[in-house]
Ligand binder design. Structure first.
Ligand SMILES: NC(=O)c1ccc[n+]([C@@H]2O[C@H](COP(=O)([O-])OP(=O)(O)OC[C@H]3O[C@@H](n4cnc5c(N)ncnc54)[C@H](OP(=O)(O)O)[C@@H]3O)[C@@H](O)[C@H]2O)c1
Length: 340
């Protein structure tokens, strides 16, 4: 095989999982300030299949318009294979892979790295090689394997960045809806690590043992119990589910409580106001952030946060992985294995 091409999973049309085809494509070349990563594992996230289906559940005005063919995927874990030229603004002879005007990490070939790359935007992670701006990557700690490294970035950064934005006070009672999923299972742990007094997890019954193992104080099976009848006086609702009936959980909050919608939902502003609740803007969006990921890595490496990998598929079976992901009820993350 020549070194100008690589295997990747690409789509030439929007549609069902079958549009994901493994084929040989040109290997990307890192530009100024970018790093070429030999991908060992790629994480699967909901935006990957929203992209594949051309974003049907996203309001039309917010829908990205992307040209085909495209390689999906934004979460990667691998090793640095090459460095692009130093970016403009850095003195001649600067180490390639650095970013202009900042103290970004200066990567070297062979470094183990991972990251949420080029997000929001096109990551092209379902491939043997991917390029990433140097600042989108974090060093993968020795304690973490590449499957874990690929599982963590988007889900972890979503919880991490949203909680950094909300700055919940210590001692609160938090309710995490969709608690067993990629974002949810990390949010419950970050809330705990951040000093929440009580974390209540809402998920289907099959996830109770898993979530209790992650340290939640109370588990509510939404398939057997109406959460809004069973729970009261919540300070913060961290809602990864949303949807047209998202407002049903509002009575579980105390007056002055806050709602953090991670996905689009109808929180009925009039009802929220009547109940004295603050609903955060849903325009909030996770972003690539190597430094934030490094902070999360420290928690994972220390054993304070556990990353659950629900399933691993070979790169060539990306379509099967998407089919599984879209069935829902995940306990943690799905990951594509690309190379040892
Ligand atoms: N704002 C952002 O920047 C951002 C970033 C990342 C993700 N997101 C969005 O956040 C959402 C969650 O992402 P994810 O990666 O965590 O997805 P995921 O891994 O598929 O997890 C979703 C979880 O929700 C649970 N669930 C489904 N219906 C439920 C219900 N009615 N009540 C309670 N739980 C329910 C599912 O399992 P059970 O039903 O078995 O409990 C599953 O564990 C997605 O819509 C994604 O697009 C937004």
């Amino acid at each position: 095989m020549d070194d100008r091409t690589m295997w990747a999973v690409r789509m030439h049309a929007f549609g069902e999982p079958e549009v994901l085809v493994r084929e040989r494509v040109p290997r990307p070349v890192p530009g100024p300030g970018e790093v070429l990563v030999r991908v060992h594992a790629a994480g699967i996230n909901p935006p990957d299949w929203y992209t594949r289906r051309n974003f049907p559940s996203i309001p039309a005005e917010l829908r990205p318009r992307w040209a085909l063919p495209l390689i999906p995927g934004s979460d990667i874990s691998g090793t640095v294979a090459a460095l692009g030229p130093a970016p403009d603004g850095l003195p001649e002879g600067s180490t390639a892979g650095a970013t202009a005007g900042s103290a970004e990490p200066r990567w070297q070939v062979g470094d183990r790295v991972h990251g949420l790359v080029n997000f929001p935007g096109r990551g092209a992670g379902y491939a043997e090689y991917a390029v990433a701006p140097a600042g989108h990557l974090a060093r993968l700690p020795a304690e973490l394997d590449h499957l874990t490294g690929a599982a963590l970035p988007m889900a972890g950064l979503t919880a991490h960045q949203y909680l950094a934005h909300l700055r919940p006070a210590p001692g609160i009672t938090a309710l995490v809806n969709g608690a067993a999923g990629g974002v949810g299972h990390l949010a419950v742990q970050l809330l705990r690590a951040g000093g929440a007094d009580r974390v209540i997890a809402v998920a289907s019954g099959r996830h109770e043992e898993f979530l209790r193992g992650l340290g939640v104080d109370r588990f509510v099976d939404y398939t057997a119990t109406r959460v809004e009848d069973a729970v009261r006086d919540v300070d913060l609702l961290f809602d990864t589910v949303g949807g047209p009936d998202a407002h049903r959980l509002l009575p579980a909050l105390r007056r002055g409580g806050r709602v953090a919608p991670v996905f689009f939902g109808d929180y009925r502003p009039a009802l929220a106001a009547e109940l004295g609740l603050a609903v955060e803007e849903r325009t909030w969006q996770v972003r690539s952030d190597g430094a934030g990921l490094a902070a999360l890595d420290a928690l994972v490496a220390a054993g304070a946060v556990r990353v659950a990998v629900a399933g691993v598929f070979p790169l060539a079976e990306a379509a099967a992985a998407h089919r599984r992901a879209e069935q829902g009820h995940l306990q943690g993350k799905l990951v594509l294995h690309v190379a040892d």
